[in-house]
Ligand binder design. Structure first.
Ligand code: LCS
Length: 393
């Protein structure tokens, strides 16, 4: 069957297109570090690239490759490179495509360590970075310098839920000869396909929606073109930030229900966002599905849904936020998102705690911001938990 032409849900189940001699329905775990060659000549052909036989699991493995094929199809790209985590994906992209003297322009409200590693570590290799609000394209144009090499966007952004215009960013990147990279973690390929808007690279922390069960840390990079795929794969192999076959199996298993889980979590998130917006103790709510979100129309244009993460603030600021966080019984006080269970956290003191106070404020990561990752529990229970917690504030 040509899964490239089938619907999204069919792709979720069949796009890995794995076949073995036993006609296994699910992709088996090839828990092996190495593969024997048929002969010395065969080994030489495998290493010489004349045969596509397996060599060694850091280089390639049938379970991992099935996941890579599937994600490449879901994102509409040339190929996928599975890695050990979302951060491994970001760092492989930086290390492969940026050199001494280069400059990167990025969304300011990105996942804390994606920015931290650039400002604290990559700066040692002479790579400069500028973090700006990419929801306004004029900020991007102003930030571009003669040595700018990459435009790096996170949309929706963690934790502000800001949405950047993928089409406009892609046009700016083309005009200025920049590599356009999109972190699509908050949307997943179910809700948004950045390559279709002209991105060169899309990547995910598969720890979140794609795996969806809070039991695995994983990442993937998907490229539009073969040349970039080859460079990134070679770097991944040499860095050794490959995925493990068992990890790939777990993600393949979680991925099958991506649309079912996302639909339900999104249904819940829409109701929670409306509940919060009406609550007297809540100062503000930011969820792309609400009309009050500054980029609500853009979200509708480039996304197929609003996802399951909400940011909001209470009238009592940080003090009120801690009271709420300490008084919830169903929602787990934990970082991460996109899983089946509802999670809540305080980005300024948790996920983004290493970002300087000044940069946090500039990026909209205010002290009152609470991030809620809505799960697939019964909506009545999630709202009742929040309601009880808010009564204690
Ligand atoms: N990109 C985004 C947008 C993320 O939210 C995260 C992790 C990463 C990349 C890194 O992925 P990892 O290496 O953890 O697989 N975000 C987290 C968060 O918001 N809470 O805990 C982790």
């Amino acid at each position: 069957m040509d899964t490239k032409r089938s619907g999204f849900n069919t792709k979720l189940i069949h796009a890995g297109d794995f076949k073995d001699q036993f006609k296994s329905a699910s992709v088996p775990i090839y828990q092996t570090s190495t593969f024997a060659f048929e002969s010395a000549e065969d080994g030489a052909r495998c290493f010489g690239g004349e045969s596509d036989g397996y060599i060694y699991s850091r280089i390639g493995n049938p379970t991992i490759n099935a996941l890579e094929r599937e994600l490449a199809i879901l994102e509409g790209g040339y190929g996928g490179i599975a890695v050990s985590s979302g951060m491994a994906a970001a760092c492989t992209i930086y290390l492969t495509l940026l050199s001494n003297g280069d400059h990167i322009v990025s969304t300011d409200a990105v996942y804390g360590p994606s920015r931290g590693v650039m400002e604290k570590e990559f700066v040692r290799f002479g790579i400069e970075s500028t973090y700006i609000n990419t929801t306004d394209y004029r900020n991007i144009e102003k930030a571009i310098r003669p040595n700018t090499r990459m435009l790096y966007i996170e949309t929706p952004a963690n934790p502000t839920m800001d949405i950047s215009d993928l089409e406009v960013c892609s046009q700016i990147a083309r005009k200025n000869n920049l590599i356009f990279v999109v972190d699509n973690t908050f949307a997943s390929p179910y809700l948004q396909n950045p390559l279709a808007f002209g991105a060169d690279i899309v990547f995910h922390s598969m720890t979140k929606l794609i795996n969806g069960h809070a039991d695995i840390v994983a990442g993937i990079i998907i490229t539009q073109e073969k040349a970039m795929y080859t460079r990134l794969r070679s770097m991944m192999i040499n860095l050794g930030c490959n995925m493990d076959p068992h990890q790939a199996y777990m993600v393949l298993r979680g991925l099958k229900t991506l649309s079912l889980r996302t639909d339900r979590a999104q249904f819940n998130a829409e109701h929670v966002a409306m509940f919060l917006e009406k609550h007297p103790k809540v100062a503000w709510v930011k969820y792309p599905g609400l009309k009050s979100h500054p980029q609500h129309c853009l979200a509708k244009k480039q996304m197929r849904g609003s996802g399951s993460t909400i940011s909001f603030g209470l009238k009592g600021g940080y003090e009120a936020a801690t009271k709420l966080l300490n008084n919830l019984k169903l929602a787990l006080l934990a970082v991460s998102l996109g899983g089946v269970e509802t999670l809540i956290q305080h980005p300024a003191s948790m996920t983004h705690s290493k970002v300087s106070k000044e940069n946090k404020l500039k990026s909209g990561i205010t002290d009152d911001l609470i991030r809620l990752a809505v799960g697939i529990e019964d909506i009545e229970d999630i709202i009742s938990d929040l309601n009880d917690g808010l009564m204690k504030v």
